[in-house]
Ligand binder design. Structure first.
Ligand code: NAD
Ligand code: GLY
Length: 366
């Protein structure tokens, strides 16, 4: 496995680097030292990740000349909350983290979103370094600048856009990633490949077995391709005013399903994969998707182990949740449709057609 460094452009004209390699945890502090003027770092992790990797990251920042503080939050989505943000702001204050300091997210998307939000808001914004330790965080949440907290009214409703100054994907960390978490990354990789099409799609179709089997050369290839794809999308549309909507392929259905099933009942990856299947079938009537593409995409998802769900949830509940999705506009249901790898569009869809397809899905017919 060879080390890689990707340079990402952000719309304000600056760039940041994403390192992909093994053993990066031991060098991330030194790499950060040349990017920020200050020498105070707050490292945020969660209770599952910290025992494995926190000490190494703290050591690296200490070697980089930083005065290091750390905070460990509970593992899980519930940690993306205002109480934890407040606790981390207090930690920033205690360690005297100034405008030139850095907040480091060591963990999956939960830690990334929480620490990213704290970095975006402390003193109106300090530098953030992302050290993603899940496949999902490596391919999706660690880049793009979306940071978020959940509140009672819904997931990710409070947040800020703030790009990281550095991302370090250390593949060694995936050795401890629980089996069930891999599928979440696989689904986002499949989504990206379908939307990007071309070489990425063909490469993934050819390497799906290797990815599923954790061939690390393939894992790195998938992460790098996903990051290049997402980086290009975000560079064109950081604030999701247009093209960035493509990243929501499969997610309108997935968010409704996850909420209806109860968070954690259906994993995000399985829900996104099911959402891609749903969008393709709905698209046969709404957007000119062909049966051959429905089957082609299903074969890719199957090859990645993202099998179709065998349990359904009530169509009326899913519909109600879709109607309240924060991405619904003016009460209209919006979907991203892929009609072939690399060809996609967003469309508002007639509510009755969506209801019919949800009923077909519930009946296991669709
Ligand atoms: P997560 O952060 O909850 O991590 C999943 C589980 O794996 C947790 O229990 C965690 O403690 C554990 N874990 C993480 N890395 C580990 C490792 N290397 N070894 C052992 N255990 C490890 O979940 P996730 O799937 O990484 O992220 C989901 C979150 O990301 C959601 O809150 C979602 O909203 C957010 N997200 C954000 C964006 C964005 O653009 N900001 C994009 C996608 C998802
Ligand atoms: N994960 C969707 C986005 O970053 O826009």
């Amino acid at each position: 496995m060879r080390a890689q460094c990707l340079e990402m452009s952000i719309p304000n004209g600056s760039t940041y680097r994403i390192y992909l390699s093994r053993g990066l945890l031991d060098g991330v502090g030194e790499k950060t030292a040349s990017l920020v003027a200050g020498r105070k770092a707050l490292i945020v992790s969660d209770a599952n990740v910290a025992p494995h990797y926190l000490e190494r990251v703290c050591g690296s920042f200490a070697r980089g000349g930083f005065e290091v503080a750390h905070e460990v939050v509970a593992a899980g989505e519930a940690s993306k909350c205002l109480e934890n943000a407040s606790r981390l702001w207090d930690a920033c204050a205690r360690c005297g983290l100034g405008r030139d300091g850095v907040v480091v997210a060591l963990g999956g998307g939960v830690v990334g979103d929480l620490a990213g939000f704290v970095a975006a808001t402390w003193l109106r914004g300090v530098a953030c370094v992302q050290v993603p330790t899940t496949l999902l965080a490596m391919v999706d949440s660690s880049i793009g600048g979306k940071t978020a907290l959940d509140i009672d009214a819904g997931k990710n409703l409070v947040g800020a856009f703030a790009q990281p100054v550095l991302v370090a994907c250390d593949f060694e960390t995936l050795a401890t990633l629980p089996e069930a978490e891999w599928a979440n990354g696989f689904a986002e990789i499949a989504k990206s490949a379908v939307i990007e099409g071309g070489g990425f799609y063909e490469w993934l179709a050819a390497h799906a077995e290797g990815l599923r089997g954790r061939d690390y050369t393939v894992v790195q290839g998938a992460v790098a391709r996903s990051l290049v794809f997402k980086g290009r999308v975000v560079a064109a549309d950081e604030r999701e005013g247009g093209v960035r909507e493509c990243l929501n392929y499969g997610h309108t259905f997935a968010h409704a399903l996850e909420a209806a099933a109860g968070l954690g009942t259906v994993s995000h990856g399985r829900a996104v994969a099911e959402g891609m299947r749903f969008a393709a079938r709905l698209g046969t009537e709404a957007a000119g998707v062909t049966e051959s593409f429905v089957a082609q995409q299903a074969a890719l998802l199957d090859a990645l182990g993202l099998r179709a769900l065998d349990a359904a949830w009530p169509a009326d509940e899913l519909f109600a949740r879709m109607a309240f999705d924060k991405k619904a506009r003016g009460g209209m249901l919006r979907f991203v449709f892929a009609t072939a790898p690399g060809i996609w569009q967003t469309m508002t869809v007639d509510a009755d057609l969506v209801k019919i397809h949800l009923i077909l899905w519930e009946q296991g017919v669709g």
